[in-house]
Design a protein around this ligand. Structure first.
Ligand code: ZN
Length: 266
C-alpha cells in the first residue's frame, strides 16, 4: 500500500479503518471529535485540511510556462507572453485565467468533498493555493467576485462554494469582495455531460449585473472566482455581463481546470 510509506503505516491504516467505521456508525455530527481523514482518499492523517502523502504527490499544481491568456500549461517553454492557439483562435471574454491545479482525480475528489461532502474546512487550504496561483491577477485587482449560484441551488446546497473560496482569497490577498455585482438570473441545467457548444448555450443570458450592483462593476478591475473551469462557458458568460456593465478588466481564478493537450503557435 502506497500510503504506508509514512511512519507506522500498518498501525495508521488500522486506525483509519476504525475511524471510518466510527464515522459511519456515529454519523458526521461527530466529525470534530474524530481523527482527521484525507479529504481525497479518506485515509487517516495528522492534520485536518491536509492531504495524505500519496494524494499530495498526486495533485498537479500548475506552474509556468503557460498560455498568458488561458493559463493552460505548455509542454515546453515558448518564451514569455506567448498565447496558445486556442486563445488566438477563440479568445475568451475574460482577459486572463489562472488555476491552482489540474482537474485530475485528486482535485476532483477534493472539489467533491468541499462542495457536497460537508468539508467546508478545506476552504482555507484551497483558497491559499488559489491566491498563490493568481498572484499577478490579484496584484492588479480592485475586487473579487464569486460566480453566483441561482437562489434555488443556493437554497438546496446551503452555501456557494465559489463565495467560500473568494472569502479566503480576500483574507490572504487583501483584495476586497464585491458580492452584489453579479446575479444568476437563469436557473441553468448542470453543465456536466454537455458538449462545449451546449455549455455555452446553457449559460447564455444566465448572468446579469443588477442596477444596484453597477457601482461595484463600472470602471473596476475584477477577478471572478470559481471552483472548476471546464469549457470556460460559465466564466465567459459572467465576464461578458461584467464587461457590458462597464468593468475595466475581468480575470478568472479557479481552484482546478481541465487541461486538454494544448498546442503552442510555433
Ligand atoms: Zn489521500
Amino acid at each position: 500500500m502506497q500510503s504506508e510509506v509514512t511512519t507506522g503505516g500498518a498501525h495508521r491504516s488500522g486506525l483509519a479503518k476504525l475511524a471510518r467505521g466510527l464515522r459511519a456508525s456515529l454519523g458526521l455530527a461527530l466529525n470534530v471529535a474524530l481523527p482527521p481523514l484525507c479529504p481525497s482518499c479518506r485515509q487517516l492523517i495528522g492534520d485536518a485540511g491536509a492531504l495524505c502523502a500519496p494524494c499530495w504527490s498526486g495533485l498537479s499544481f500548475i506552474a509556468p510556462p503557460y498560455c498568458e491568456r488561458l493559463g493552460i500549461p505548455f509542454v515546453y517553454d515558448p518564451g514569455p507572453g506567448v498565447l496558445s492557439m486556442q486563445a488566438i483562435a477563440d479568445p475568451p471574454a475574460y482577459h486572463r485565467a489562472r488555476a491552482a491545479v489540474r482537474f485530475d482525480e485528486v482535485a476532483r475528489a477534493l472539489v467533491h468533498a468541499f462542495k457536497y461532502g460537508d468539508r467546508l474546512d478545506l476552504a482555507p487550504t484551497l483558497g491559499r493555493w488559489m491566491a498563490n496561483a493568481g498572484r499577478p491577477l490579484l496584484a492588479d485587482a480592485d475586487a473579487l467576485l464569486p460566480v453566483p449560484l441561482h437562489w434555488r441551488r443556493l437554497w438546496a446546497r446551503r452555501f456557494n462554494q465559489s463565495a467560500a473560496l473568494a472569502k479566503e482569497i480576500a483574507l490572504v490577498s487583501g483584495v476586497p469582495l464585491a458580492h452584489g455585482g453579479l446575479k444568476r438570473v437563469k436557473a441553468t441545467a448542470q453543465q456536466v455531460g454537455l458538449s462545449r457548444s451546449e455549455r455555452a448555450l446553457n449559460v447564455q443570458g444566465a448572468f446579469r449585473v443588477p442596477s444596484d450592483g453597477k457601482a461595484d462593476v463600472a470602471g473596476r478591475r475584477l477577478v471572478l472566482v470559481d471552483d472548476v473551469l471546464t469549457s470556460g462557458a460559465t466564466v465567459d458568460a459572467c465576464a461578458r455581463a461584467l464587461m457590458r456593465a462597464g468593468a475595466a478588466n475581468v480575470d478568472v481564478l479557479v481552484f482546478a481546470r481541465v487541461v486538454d493537450a494544448v498546442k503552442t503557435p510555433i
